[in-house]
Design a protein around this ligand. Structure first.
Ligand SMILES: Cc1ncc(COP(=O)(O)O)c(C=O)c1O
Length: 421
């Protein structure tokens, strides 16, 4: 029996993200038997994109020096120099951002970027006070929840809720109650928001950026799903970056989750610190994802694919999933679906349901459907988060029959939950 350190306890005492990834990994490997996987955030296997990865691998294999470079040389801790230059060029050319390779760092997926960033900026300071990350729009990404190494390191602001009729609703940042105290080290939003599929408008981002700047803290924008890539955004928005913004990108939702490639766009001061942390924690990062997308970044094709293939693919799936919900749910029930503006999930709110979302999750799992109960997404909320117990997140990324059957079974269990508890 080991005696765990504080660090050990923080990271190895169980978490929502661990449960989710365990469910996800087993379901994808088929070791649960046939499961309708509406749980974790595995990206879809888009035929055109899958074919592209195969072509790229064949090209790399046919070029022995490139193949050897990809597999047999460590990259520097900040990432592959050729890749960083190509990406800086692309972002400068397309969006006019004043950046060079010194503004970019690679991490082992976006998930690791957040662990490093949150604990770089917040937590126990040298003066003995705890500084915090503020999430201005919960529900927020489940993967942030257990990343802080200091107790109480996350704070959040509950949203303003707008009912849009026809079982639809939308969260808004409650700007009136957004206060940045001295204890706040950074603001952080995912755009699109995982889990709700909300997409903060350009105006909202500029407003948040102005508030962060005035308080002298950075604004972190988690672009795991957003623009310019992978482009899973169903409304017109601009990719936004300036020297007070820390933008995180990832190759995962473009279709390369197992290459574990996260990308940070930030001031050189942040980038240098992340490079140092990368070296200590992991020496270097995996270069396979960078090698695969290198020519797509050089040509700008990565942006076209995001805009014309990946985004529209998921938008269609989102619409279908919403149609199936409308078809299978009893109109008389007090259920609400968050407007789907991006990402690969629908966020459902069962107001007044007689069972908790966690009980619903268990019942659904028994029937071979995986979803994620909403309370895990109350990142930084104090104590219990009642709203989260009435919500669930479901992914619409899997095959149509899987999503359709899953929604049908969900509708039956929700009807039972309203009726009998
Ligand atoms: C909002 C958000 N941020 C970050 C991540 C981390 O993704 P990855 O580590 O695969 O880049 C995810 C993964 O699902 C996510 O949904």
């Amino acid at each position: 029996m080991i005696t765990k350190s504080h660090f050990g306890n923080c990271l190895s005492s169980g978490s929502g993200i661990e449960t989710l990834m365990d469910d996800l990994g087993r379901a994808m490997a088929g070791s649960h038997g046939p499961v309708r996987m509406l749980g974790g955030g595995n990206p879809a296997h888009i035929p055109e994109i899958q074919a592209l990865w195969r072509t790229r691998m064949t090209e790399i294999l046919a070029d022995p020096p490139a193949f050897d470079r990809m597999l047999t040389n460590y990259d520097p801790p900040l990432g592959n120099a050729r890749f960083l230059s190509a990406l800086a060029e692309l972002l400068k050319r397309e969006f006019g951002w004043q950046i060079g390779p010194e503004n970019l760092a690679i991490t082992a997926g976006g998930q690791t970027a957040f662990f490093l960033l949150f604990n770089l900026l917040a937590g126990m300071g040298v003066d003995g006070t705890v500084r915090r990350i503020l999430f201005p729009l919960v529900p927020e990404y489940i993967g942030y929840a257990n990343q802080g190494l200091a107790a109480g390191m996350m704070r959040s602001l509950e949203p303003r809720i707008e009912f849009l009729g026809d079982h639809r609703f939308k969260y808004h940042v409650d700007f009136e109650h957004l206060e940045i105290g001295d204890d706040i080290a950074a603001l952080c939003v995912s755009r699109p928001t995982n889990p709700s599929g909300n997409v903060l408008t350009n105006e909202e981002i500029h407003r948040l950026d102005g508030i962060a700047r005035a308080a002298g803290v950075p604004l972190i924008i988690d672009n795991a799903y957003g623009a310019p890539f992978p482009g899973i955004v169903f409304r017109k928005i601009d990719p936004i970056w300036n020297d007070n913004i820390i933008l995180t990108l990832s190759l995962s939702k473009l279709g390369l989750p197992n290459t574990r490639t996260g990308i940070l766009v930030a001031s050189p001061e942040i980038i240098t610190a992340i490079g140092s942390m990368n070296a200590v924690v992991g020496l270097a990062n995996c270069s396979i994802g960078q090698a695969i997308v290198q020519p797509l970044v050089e040509s700008g094709e990565i942006l076209r694919l995001s805009r014309e293939v990946v985004g529209p693919f998921y938008e269609r799936k989102s619409k279908l999933a919403q149609e199936w919900i409308a078809e299978s749910f009893d109109d008389a029930l007090d259920y609400h679906v968050h407007v789907s503006e991006g990402a690969i999930f629908l966020w459902l709110w069962f107001r007044g349901l007689k069972i908790t979302a966690e009980q619903l999750y268990i019942r659904l799992k028994e029937r071979g459907v995986l979803i994620v109960p909403g309370h895990f997404f109350g990142v930084g909320t104090h104590g219990d988060w009642p709203h989260g117990h009435e919500c669930i997140r479901l992914s619409f990324a899997m095959e149509e029959t899987v999503v359709r059957e899953g929604i049908f079974i969900l509708a039956e269990e929700v009807a039972r939950g309203y009726r009998d508890g």
